[in-house]
Design a protein around this ligand. Structure first.
Ligand SMILES: Cc1cc2nc3c(=O)[nH]c(=O)nc-3n(C[C@H](O)[C@H](O)[C@H](O)COP(=O)(O)OP(=O)(O)OC[C@H]3O[C@@H](n4cnc5c(N)ncnc54)[C@H](O)[C@@H]3O)c2cc1C
Length: 464
C-alpha cells in the first residue's frame, strides 16, 4: 500500500457497494445532541431544562469529552483576568456541574496559571458521576456506546436523522433540531456544512497524551511544578533526556500523591500535528502518545518526591485539541480574543488566552493585563452553521478561526456555547423557527435568567 508524505495510506479509489437497508428508528426527539463533552452536557441540559424531549448521544460509556476521555482533569476558561482581578465569568450550567463535582469531593481549589489566570482541577471519576447526576436531574435521555456514523437528509438543508452504530446494530435518531457537540463537527460535516481544519496550511494544533501519576511523596515533591522546567533544561543540557515540547504542566490533583502530567506532543512522521480525523494518524498517535508518556515518566522519576511514582492512568484516547471548525455566521478570531471583542448577539464569554500548541512548544498570548477586561464575548452566529437549517454547532468545532479556536476551545467557553445552543434549540422549537431566525434578545434574556454571564451590560460575577 502506498503512503503519502505524512505517512498515511493513500486514499484508495476502490469502493464497494453497501446494500440499501431499513434502519430501525431508535427514537424521535425534539432535540438530539451529539457528544457528551462540556458543550454537549450544557446543550442537553439547557434544552431539557426548557422542557424539550432531549437525547444525548455519546460513543463512550461516560460523559466529559476530552475532560475525561483524554484525561484533561482541569477546567480552563471558567475564569478571566478582569483589569488585574480574577473573576469566574462562566456560570450557569457549569456552576451546577461544579457544585455536584465538589459535593463528591472531586474539585481542587482554583490555581493560578503563569501568574495571570486561574484554572480548576478535578477528579475524572467525580466528573463522570456528577455529569450523570446532572443530566438525570434534568431528565435528559442518554444513549452511550453509540458512534454516530452518518446522516439522512430531508432535502439539501435539513437533517432528517442521525445514524448511530450500537451493539444492537445501526439505529436512526430523528430530531427537530440537532446540536453537533462532537468536537470534530462530524454531524455538521456529514450534513454538508462548510468547515476548515487547522492553520493556513491545514495543520491543526498538536495533540497530547495526558496521564496521571500516583505514589508521589507530597512533602518531598513540594511545588515541583515550579522546578520541573529547570530540571528539564538541565537534563537536556546533560543529554540524559529529550522532550517533545518545552512547556510541561505537572501539577497535583486533590490528593498530593497523585499528579496530572501534560507533557507530550504527538506528531506525524513528517513532523506536522497528528490529525484527529485521519484514522491512520489517530492509530499511530495513540501508540506514540503512550511511548512519550513512558519516556516522560522515566524523566519525572528523577524529580525529588517522584522516585516511587507510577503511571496510574493512561486515558481512553489521545487528547485532540482541534479538528474541523464548522463555518457559521461569524468566525471568532484571534484578534477578537486579544481585543476582548464585544458582540450585540453575545451569548457567553471566553476569558482564556490564545494557547497555541505549535511544534515543540506551547505559546500563550494574553489580552493586555491589567488594562483590558480580559474576556471576549461569544456571538450567537458562531453556533449557526452555513448551509444546514435545523442544526447548531457548539464547543471546539464551532465557528472560529484557527487562532480564535486556540483560546475558546477550552472547557469554560465550551460550557457557555453549549448552554446557549441548547437554549436556542428550545426557542426555535417553541417559535417554530429555524435556529438562525430566533430572536437573539429572547435567547440572551433566557440565558441571563438561568444564571449565565453573557457579558453586555451584565455586572461581572464576583469571586472564584
Ligand atoms: C491534551 C489536552 C489538554 C487540554 N487541557 C485543557 C485544560 O487544562 N483545561 C481545559 O478547559 N481544556 C483543556 N483542553 C481542551 C478541552 O478539553 C476541549 O477543547 C473541550 O473538552 C472541548 O469540549 P467539546 O464539548 O467541544 O468537545 P469534546 O470534549 O471533544 O467532546 C466531544 C464528545 O463527543 C464525542 N464524540 C465525538 N464524535 C462522536 C461520534 N461520531 N459519535 C458519538 N460520539 C462522538 C466524544 O467521545 C466526546 O465525548 C485540553 C485538550 C487536550 C486535548
Amino acid at each position: 500500500m502506498d503512503r503519502s508524505p505524512s505517512g498515511n495510506r493513500s486514499v484508495s479509489t476502490k469502493t464497494i457497494q453497501e446494500p440499501a437497508r431499513q434502519i430501525p428508528l431508535y427514537g424521535e426527539y425534539e432535540v438530539a445532541v451529539l457528544g457528551g463533552g462540556p458543550a454537549g452536557i450544557a446543550a442537553a441540559v439547557a434544552a431539557a431544562r426548557a422542557g424539550r424531549r432531549t437525547l444525548l448521544i455519546e460513543r463512550y460509556g461516560f460523559l466529559g469529552g476530552m475532560g475525561t476521555a483524554a484525561g484533561v482533569t482541569n477546567f480552563c476558561g471558567l475564569h478571566a483576568n478582569v483589569y488585574g482581578n480574577a473573576h469566574r465569568v462562566v456560570q450557569g450550567i457549569a456552576s451546577d456541574l461544579l457544585a455536584r463535582i465538589d459535593r463528591l469531593d472531586g474539585l481542587n481549589a482554583p490555581h493560578l496559571i503563569l501568574g495571570k489566570i486561574f484554572a480548576q482541577a478535578y477528579d475524572t471519576a467525580a466528573y463522570k458521576i456528577a455529569a450523570d447526576d446532572l443530566l438525570a436531574s434534568y431528565k435528559v435521555d442518554i444513549l452511550f456506546h453509540a458512534l454516530a456514523a452518518g446522516v439522512v437528509m430531508n432535502g439539501d438543508r435539513r437533517v432528517d436523522a442521525l445514524m448511530v452504530e450500537t451493539k444492537a446494530g445501526r439505529r436512526a435518531v430523528r430530531a427537530g433540531v440537532f446540536i453537533d457537540c462532537s468536537g470534530d463537527g462530524d454531524l455538521a460535516a456529514w450534513a454538508g456544512a462548510p468547515f476548515e481544519v487547522g492553520d493556513a496550511q491545514g495543520h491543526p494544533l498538536y495533540p497530547s497524551m495526558m496521564f496521571r501519576l500516583n505514589g508521589i511523596d507530597p512533602d518531598k515533591a513540594g511545588d515541583a511544578w515550579r522546578t520541573i522546567p529547570q530540571l528539564m533544561e538541565q537534563a537536556l543540557a546533560a543529554g540524559t533526556h529529550s522532550f517533545p515540547r518545552k512547556s510541561a504542566i505537572v501539577r497535583p490533583q486533590r490528593s498530593g500523591i497523585e499528579w496530572r502530567v501534560n507533557f507530550t506532543q504527538v506528531a506525524r512522521p513528517d513532523g506536522h500535528a497528528v490529525n484527529g480525523i485521519e484514522p491512520d494518524d489517530l492509530t499511530r498517535g495513540e501508540i506514540e502518545g503512550r511511548r512519550q508518556a513512558l519516556a516522560a515518566h522515566q524523566f519525572l522519576r528523577t524529580v525529588p518526591g517522584f522516585e516511587k511514582s507510577y503511571i496510574v492512568d493512561l486515558p481512553p484516547q489521545l487528547g485532540i485539541r482541534e479538528t474541523r471548525r464548522i463555518k457559521g455566521g461569524y468566525q471568532l478570531s484571534g484578534e477578537d480574543v486579544l481585543g476582548c471583542a464585544s458582540f450585540g448577539d453575545s451569548v457567553g464569554v471566553n476569558g482564556w488566552p490564545i494557547e497555541a500548541h505549535v511544534a515543540g512548544d506551547v505559546v500563550f498570548t494574553f489580552p493586555p493585563i491589567p488594562e483590558s477586561r480580559g474576556y471576549n464575548e461569544l456571538p450567537y452566529r458562531m453556533l449557526v452553521p452555513e448551509g444546514v437549517d435545523n442544526l447548531l454547532v457548539a464547543g471546539r468545532c464551532a465557528s472560529m478561526t484557527h487562532e480564535g479556536q486556540s483560546a475558546a476551545r477550552v472547557s469554560g467557553a465550551c460550557f457557555a456555547m453549549g448552554e446557549a445552543a441548547g437554549s436556542a434549540a428550545a426557542l426555535a422549537l417553541a417559535g417554530n423557527r429555524m435556529p438562525r431566525d430566533i430572536a437573539v434578545e429572547k435567547l440572551q434574556e433566557t440565558l441571563r435568567q438561568q444564571g449565565a454571564f453573557i457579558g453586555r451590560d451584565q455586572a461581572v460575577p464576583e469571586g472564584l
